[in-house]
Design a protein around this ligand. Structure first.
Ligand SMILES: Nc1ncnc2c1ncn2[C@@H]1O[C@H](COP(=O)(O)OP(=O)(O)O)[C@@H](O)[C@H]1O
Ligand SMILES: [Mg+2]
Length: 352
């Protein structure tokens, strides 16, 4: 492991911001630290960077405990949510800042800055001031500035939170490619699940100062290990009673049942439903347009379920009766979660 956190604890007064946090990152990987606001993500980054001191536990980088190494000596690049560029410095001077502090010779600075300007697609903008740039361009300057001194580790704290949706989307791809190309070990903090799934090689889910789950995005998405993770991911519909839905194995006492749209198949009455016998009838109560298709709200057995329909499928209208088949639900009891698959999926399908 290139970076390792071992049993990190940190309190602010009586508030426990980090609760026995341990994880490791392999060299060159891009890790997503995902969790709701206030779950302790920034505190973790600040401790890794040396801007905050843990109450207990060790932070290890490249086999060395760095707890007592000052921030300026840790070789870490930091990109913040708010661009935090120097307003009265040009793009060139912003990127050159860290190198000037390190007293790197003038000609080397110039060479490095121009290399980064090119890499980040900012050529021609070297002499502009931050106020003369778009949000996306500013964040690319912040990225170039963090990379200039060749950090061993790059920390990005919700870098795209203040940027509009379309540009944010482009920047995610850009960032992922850029980090892969440079091979710099990185931690990317976000509260946006889609962003984490798209960008990160591995995701760490934080909840109330602790880690709930670590895994690759698909694994965490389809096999949540705690009730929190099950309800945090995706766009869940949450119910009390799963006996309302047909054909799921009983698991005893259950607090709540989570149904996610990607595990719901909706068919019109005129279409063939493969698992007709296990489907429920529902009435569409809302249809909303989303980037990738329709988002339907369907009343099934007195409960509203969210489902999706692609644009290339026949449209569905409010008031329409449809068949709803649920592939998988997540039942939670205390902090446990039981993924339950519809029994029909285990039976051979008889086509007449
Ligand atoms: N310097 C501080 N003093 C007091 N409380 C703090 C300080 N820094 C963070 N906290 C508290 O710790 C909790 C976690 O904060 P933070 O790590 O910023 O969460 P996140 O980045 O996930 O939103 C918050 O409730 C916040 O108010
Ligand atoms: Mg934060």
């Amino acid at each position: 492991m290139y970076v390792e956190l071992k049993n990190i604890n940190k309190s602010f007064g009586n508030f426990k911001a980090s609760n026995d946090v341990s994880f490791g990152i392999e060299k060159g990987k891009l890790i997503g630290l995902l969790g709701p606001s206030g779950s302790g993500k920034t505190t973790i980054l600040r401790m890794i960077a040396g801007l905050e001191t843990p109450d207990s536990g060790d932070i290890i980088v490249n086999d060395k405990v760095v707890n007592n190494v000052p921030a300026s000596k840790r070789g870490i690049g930091f990109v913040f949510q708010s661009y935090a560029l120097f307003r009265y410095m040009t793009v060139f001077d912003n990127i050159a800042f860290g190198l000037k502090i390190q007293k790197v010779p003038e000609n080397e600075i110039k060479e490095r800055v121009l290399e980064l300007v090119k890499l980040t697609g900012l050529s021609g903008l070297e002499n502009r001031y931050p106020s003369q740039l778009s949000g996306g361009q500013r964040q690319r300057v912040a990225f170039a500035r963090a990379l200039a001194p060749n950090p061993k580790l790059l920390l990005l704290d919700e870098p795209f939170a203040a940027i509009d949706a379309k540009v944010r989307h482009e920047l995610r791809h850009w960032l992922k490619e850029m980090i892969a190309k440079l091979g710099v070990t990185s931690i990317f903090v976000t509260h946006d699940q889609d962003e984490a799934i798209e960008v990160a090689d591995e995701i760490i889910i934080m909840n109330k100062g602790g880690i709930d789950q670590i895994g690759n995005p698909l694994e965490v998405y389809s096999n949540p290990k705690t009730a929190f993770v099950a309800s945090f991911f995706g766009q869940p519909s949450i119910f009390k009673d799963y006996n309302k839905f047909r054909r799921f194995d009983p698991v005893g006492e259950v607090d709540q049942v989570i149904v996610r749209p990607e595990f719901v198949k909706v068919t019109k009455k005129t279409e063939t439903q493969k698992y007709q016998n296990s489907a429920e009838e529902g009435v569409v109560t809302d249809v909303a347009f989303r980037g990738t298709g329709l988002e339907l709200t369907i009343l099934v057995n007195g409960e509203n379920i969210t489902a999706r329909r692609r644009f290339d499928q026949a449209p569905i209208e409010v008031g329409e009766k449809v068949d709803v088949f649920i592939y998988r639900i997540f039942a939670t009891a205390g902090d446990k979660v039981y993924p339950l698959e519809n029994q029909s999926l285990r039976e051979p399908v008889v086509v007449i």
